[in-house]
Structure formats: C-alpha cells, structure tokens
Design a protein around this ligand. Structure first.
Ligand SMILES: O=P(O)(O)OC[C@H]1O[C@H](O)[C@H](O)[C@@H](O)[C@@H]1O
Length: 564
C-alpha cells in the first residue's frame, strides 16, 4: 500500500480560479505581446533565465508578471516542491507500480555513495559500480583490447531495443556524432518489422560487430524476436566465414565475444545465453523513458567514450540541482511545466511543438514524444480517481529550417494554438561560408525570424503598405501572439544535451503533478500487447479467426486472400 497522499485537485484550488479569471481578463483586454513589450521595458530581462548553461527566454510566451505569480501559487497549492523532494529522496511516487522514481540518482556523483538508501539499497554506490564496469568494458572495446571471435577489432555496434531502450540511445548517438571518436559506428534495431533488421544489418561484417541487447524487462516481444534473429545472423555468418565451426563450444564463444546485454532482469539475460559477466544491470526505479543515462546508454559509452558520458551525466546533474534548489518564481524548469499547464488547461492547446534548429537533434522530438506522452497521457490520477482537467498534450516536431517548408504554416496562421519550443546553439562543429555569408548565421537568422513572426505577426496595414491587392490582404495577415520559448545554448556538447533531457524530464514531472497523475507507469500500452498475442494465430487458424470481432476478421480475410 502506498503512503503517498491523494492528489490535490488543482481545479478546486483558489490559484486555479485566479488563473481562470486572469486568463479571461487577458483575453478580454486583448492579448498583445507587442503591447506587453512596449509597456514593460524589462520584460526580456525579467523573463530570461539561466539554467545550468542553457539560456532560456520566456518573454514571447503568453505570460505576464501576474501569470508567473499565479502559476507559482498553483504549483505550491498542488505541492510541486514537496513531490519533487519526495521523488529525489526515493519515495514510491509511482503508486500503481509501488516504485521509487529515481532516474535522478543515475547522475549523482560517486562521493554521494551512502547518502541515499532506498528500500535497503545504497543507490548511488550501486549506480557507480555498474558505471565503472561499463567504462572498463567500453575502454576495452574502444582500444581494441576486446576483440571478436576471429581476433578482429570491433568497428560496429548493433543495439537491439525498443521504446525507452532505443529512442534515448538513438537520439543521443545522432546528437553527439561529432564526439564519436573511436571509429565505431552504431546502428539501432527496434521494430519487429523484419525490414528494420534487414536494413540495419546490411553490409555489416559480423567479425567486427558487437551486439547489445537492451531491454529493461527482457520480455519485450520485439526485442527478443530481433535478438534471436541477430543471433542467428551472427552465428550463421561467422560459420560461413570460417570464424567458428558448428560446435556448441565455438558458438558459445562467439556469443561471449559478440553479445552483451543491458537489463534489470539479469536471470533472463543468462537464460538467453549471454554470459552474466557481459551483462549490465539497472533497477526498477528507472523508468524506460528515463533510462538513457543508465546502462541503457552502453552503446553511447562505447561510441563516445567514458569521459564524454561523464560530461553528459554532469549536464543532467546541473539541471537536477537547479530544479531542486531554485525558488519557484525563478525556476525556469518549473515555470516551463506550469506554463504548459497554462496553455493546455486555460487556452485549450492540444499540442506542443519542439523545433530544434540543429540537425543533430533530429531525433529529439521523437524521443520527447515517449518521455512526455507515455508519462502524461493518462485519464486517472495516482489514487485511481478520474482526472479533473485535460492532461497530456501531443508533443511533435522536426528540425528547423525543414519544418518551415512543411508545417509552420499551421503554426503561423492556423486556428489552433501551438506553443513551440525553439532550441538552438551559438556554435557549430561545421562552420561553412557561402561566399561572404556565414551559413550558420543564415540558419540562426531563421530561428530568430520565425520566433519574431510568431510573436509579433504582420498587420493588415503593414500588408497593404507593401502594395498587396486588397482582396488578398486577409490571407497575408499574421495575427502574432503565438507563444514560443527560445532555448539557446553555447554548443551542443554532451553536457548541454544532458541538460536538455533533464529539463524536459522535470517539465513532464511538474505537469503530471498539477494534473495529479502518476507520470511513471504506462498501463496504456498493455492491452494492445495482449491482443497481438491473441490475434496473431488467427492468420492461419480458423477457430482463432472466428473469435475475432467482425472488423478484425475482415482484415484477416483480406490478408489471407492476398498473401503470397
Ligand atoms: O526495455 P523494455 O523492457 O524492453 O521495454 C521497452 C518499452 O516497452 C514498453 O511497452 C513500454 O511502453 C516502454 O516504456 C518501454 O520502454
């Protein structure tokens, strides 16, 4: 039985009512970022924050001094600070699974060993025991001391995992490619669609390939199916190449040299045939979507090296400490979470765009979709009662400038409010000039242009002044007052990326707390898994087919008629 107090219904607090009145008043007066900037010369300064080394500007969000004050009142009324402290200290805030939520312990420094004992476990000491083993393993692979069964150095890593065991590592690997300095390339297989493995394994030399099977539970259908497929591919190819003979011993030796695993279920790893020496554990208090900084990041340590990974953890830690220690009014991490509540519950925003102006972050929106939507897409609260307001907006996005030529039209002139986070960095690892023009500045100019257009728009008079025929004036008007947050950093380093991830982890936490939901379970993915097991036999079995509903039966009949 959980000892976590029932959630406070945010909608019944005086702060919520005050926010509703404040919202209605702003709408009645007419929301005008232009007007707000004109009336308050200090607006930029007041609404710009330094969190770690991220520079975050909320001045073009639809908030005033009063909004900030009321949002903080709401945060305090629902106990954001108390719940934050409970999470960091290892309380079982994941009530439906009766678990602690301690991804923040993954980045605590070694010196803190002994200071966080949860359920009888010295959490920090355990974290560093695994980190040290991973660092030693990665050093061996990177230096060539670890060799494949035929004595060749490892040049490729194939990581097999899905969801939280895939999206984080892929996103970080892509984001930090300029730091991959050991000549080891990583490929990630996730989908049970055999096309994924076929494409990722194409052209790989098994003698120089290391496979990492990543699964928190080690029971996930996709991952285990792909793991078996990759094992067969590896053993057959090694045998064809003469690197092993067909004997059980040589096959076991090949698995020992070419397969490692990451899981919380080390017994199942061993059952799969992987040497426990080559297995790296983590704990049930790390949610899958919060696990990229656990052993789940093993491929990253191999590709980037232990030092870069330590810097990455340092970035998370900087934001953790900031989030823990900064008073709410100045705490941009908490404010961003509260502001998302403001947009969802008071303006009716249904989605939130995340638009990185950095091609290396091209998988960041996909990663955030699991982090935010699997966490906050819930309809009941942590005590089992229904939610009392809308929850879980849809997160989506693509890198700029690509998105500008695709979907920004809707953000600029559509009928829906889409709050958007723009993420950009001052420096690039690839400085390029086009004649006199610095191309990175041309790129960043677009980030600044888009946020400016969204905030301040273009009036009918401005459009007319350009000589536009009257009948097309309305189509060329931009209303402005479309909210954006700008996150600017120095360089996309491992440290900065750790900061960005921790920022969104805590934003998600704050929103979940206001809504009273357990952001750390994911029961919503279970039903589909169960039904897939029940339906799959119906492709061939008539008795199983007749048990299905009419729509499913009809699709299976279509399948049967067309299968070659
Ligand atoms: O790491 P695994 O146990 O294989 O789980 C992989 C993924 O599967 C699920 O169904 C969950 O919805 C995800 O939260 C999880 O990350």
């Amino acid at each position: 039985m959980s000892t976590i107090p029932a959630p406070i219904d945010a909608t019944q607090t005086p702060a919520w009512k005050a926010l509703q009145e404040h919202h209605d008043r702003l709408v009645e007066e007419g929301i005008s970022l232009k007007g707000w900037f004109a009336a308050d010369p200090e607006r930029v300064e007041k609404l710009t924050f330094e969190a770690g080394d991220l520079h975050i500007d909320l001045s073009r969000d639809l908030i005033t001094d009063e909004t900030v004050r009321l949002l903080c009142d709401l945060g305090r009324a629902v106990g954001v600070e108390e719940r934050r402290d409970a999470m960091f200290s290892g309380a079982h805030i994941n009530t439906t699974e009766d678990r602690a939520v301690l991804h923040t312990a993954l980045r605590r420094p070694k010196e803190q060993a002994g200071t966080l004992i949860v359920d009888g476990q010295d959490v920090v000491a355990d974290v560093h025991e695994v980190l040290d083993r991973m660092y030693a393993f990665a050093d061996k692979v990177r230096s060539g001391a670890w060799r494949g069964v035929s004595g060749k150095k490892i040049e490729h890593v194939v990581s097999v995992g899905i969801g939280g065991s895939d999206l984080g590592p892929v996103m970080v690997y892509e984001a930090l490619k300029p730091y991959a300095d050991a000549g080891i390339d990583c490929r990630y297989i996730s989908n049970i669609d055999p096309n994924d493995a076929a494409e990722k394994l194409a052209g790989l030399d098994p003698e120089t390939t290391l496979v990492i099977i990543v699964s928190k539970t080690f029971t996930t259908l996709e991952t285990l199916t792909n793991a078996r497929e990759v094992r067969t591919w590896m053993l057959d190819a090694l045998e064809r190449a003469g690197a092993i003979d067909g004997s059980a011993e040589s096959r076991a030796e090949a698995i020992r040299k070419h397969f490692v695993a990451v899981s919380t279920a080390l017994d199942l790893v061993e059952e799969f045939g992987i040497d426990p020496e080559n297995a790296f554990g983590f704990w049930n208090w790390v949610g899958g979507r919060y696990s990229v900084d656990s052993a789940v990041g093993l491929s990253l340590i191999v590709a980037l090296g232990p030092e870069r990974f330590q810097e990455f953890l340092g970035g998370f830690r900087a934001i953790d400490e900031y989030f823990q220690k900064t008073p709410l009014e100045e705490n941009v991490v908490a404010l961003m979470g509260l502001m998302n509540v403001w947009y969802v519950n008071f303006f009716g925003a249904e989605s939130h765009a995340v638009l990185p102006y950095n091609q290396y972050l091209h998988r960041f929106p996909a990663y955030l979709q699991q982090l935010t939507m699997e966490s906050n897409g819930k309809g009941v609260r942590w005590d089992g009662t229904p939610v009392t307001s809308a929850t879980g907006e849809i997160f989506w996005g693509e890198p700029g400038t690509n998105g500008q030529h695709a979907f920004y039209q809707l953000i600029h002139q559509g009928t829906r409010m889409v709050p958007a986070d723009f993420i950009a960095f001052v420096n690039t690892p690839h400085p390029v000039r086009d004649g006199e023009q610095d191309v990175h500045e041309l790129f960043l100019g677009n980030f600044l242009a888009q946020t400016k257009a969204l905030a301040f728009g273009k009036t009918a008079d401005e459009v007319r002044a350009e000589g536009t025929p009257e009948e097309i004036v309305p189509a060329r008007v931009f209303t402005g007052n479309r909210p954006t947050t700008s996150i600017f950093g120095d360089t996309l380093t491992p440290f900065a990326l750790g900061e960005l991830i921790a920022l969104y982890e805590h934003i998600t936490f704050v929103q979940g707390t206001v809504w009273g939901i357990d952001s750390y379970d994911q029961w919503g993915v279970e039903l589909g898994k169960q039904l897939a097991k029940q339906i799959t036999p119906a492709f061939h079995d008539d008795a199983a087919l007749t048990e299905q509903d009419p729509a499913t039966q009809a699709l299976i009949r279509y399948y049967r008629a067309h299968r070659r």
